[in-house]
Write a protein that binds this ligand. Structure first.
Ligand SMILES: Nc1ncnc2c1ncn2[C@@H]1O[C@H](COP(=O)(O)OP(=O)(O)OP(=O)(O)O)[C@@H](O)[C@H]1O
Ligand SMILES: [Mg+2]
Length: 243
């Protein structure tokens, strides 16, 4: 089975070498846990490997994503200039920008992604939608139907996709129910206070057709370098304090 590397040191080993080609993987977690940084690594690895790369950003501007990547030494601006990558900015809302969305609808999203794929050309492609939950925030009951439609329509375009889903700070649950069931994989980032310090961690909750790691691993984000996966954590219940 062909697998796509994420480019995050230590991560691909947890999932048998990478994400199986054609998979739609949900990346879930609370604010600041590393979902966007993880997605940027995945996009940059695609650029390095010669994949077509499409990154849809709904909460941060295109410039913010480019700047975040630059802080880790990744030149996404160059990749865009060279026609290897398209960043679709949902915040611009159609203000004369070719790669923006006029509204936050699933139909518009899918249409724009297909347009971008045609522009980038034939071949293996990576897609990041950061975040997909933005498209159903005001109608969470549609989450399952929408994510099913996205997967069904985009599958034939040779995408291997990360669909980022935000988790509510108050309840610790996803906005909208069902994405995790539709997804071929679920990567969950989370955070705890341990000994007076916040630690980030990651758990592979699901990866179809893969004997994946079941342990909780620490996650580091380092200036100039980016994300890397640390040691498995041995946390006792009394050590854990939810933020
Ligand atoms: N250059 C950097 N050096 C070190 N740490 C950084 C750097 N850039 C970002 N970080 C860390 O990454 C965190 C942001 O992570 P990220 O944007 O991936 O979170 P997220 O899960 O996408 O959150 P949200 O749901 O709010 O979008 C920052 O709060 C900071 O701790
Ligand atoms: Mg983010």
């Amino acid at each position: 089975m062909e697998r796509l590397k994420t480019g995050v040191p230590g991560f691909d080993e947890l999932i048998g070498g990478g994400i199986p080609r054609g998979f739609f993987v949900a990346v879930v977690g609370e604010p600041g846990t590393g979902k966007t940084v993880f997605s940027i690594h995945y996009a940059w690895e695609g650029v390095r490997e010669g994949d077509r790369v499409i990154y849809v950003t709904t909460e941060e501007s295109r410039e913010s994503i480019i700047r975040q990547a630059a802080s880790f030494g990744m030149n996404l601006a160059g990749a865009v200039d060279e026609g290897k990558m398209i960043i679709i900015d949902a915040l611009l809302r159609g203000k004369g920008d070719e790669w923006s969305l006029s509204d936050l609808s699933i139909e518009e999203l899918v249409e724009k992604i297909i347009e971008a794929k045609k522009k980038l050309g034939y071949g293996r492609a990576r897609l990041v939608v950061d975040s997909i939950s933005a498209f159903w925030l005001d109608k969470p009951v549609m989450a399952r139907k929408y994510s099913y439609n996205v997967k069904r329509v985009l599958y034939k375009w040779d995408f291997t996709a990360l669909l980022v889903s935000q988790y509510s700070i108050t309840t610790g649950e996803a906005y909208g129910w069902g994405l995790e069931h539709i997804a071929d994989g679920v990567v969950r980032f989370t955070r705890r206070i341990v000994g007076g310090q916040m630690i980030r961690m990651v758990i592979i909750e699901k990866m179809r057709h893969t004997s994946h790691d079941l342990r909780v691993h620490e996650v580091d984000i380092v200036d100039g370098v980016g994300m890397r996966i640390g040691e498995p954590l041995q946390l006792r219940r009394e050590d854990l304090e939810l933020i």
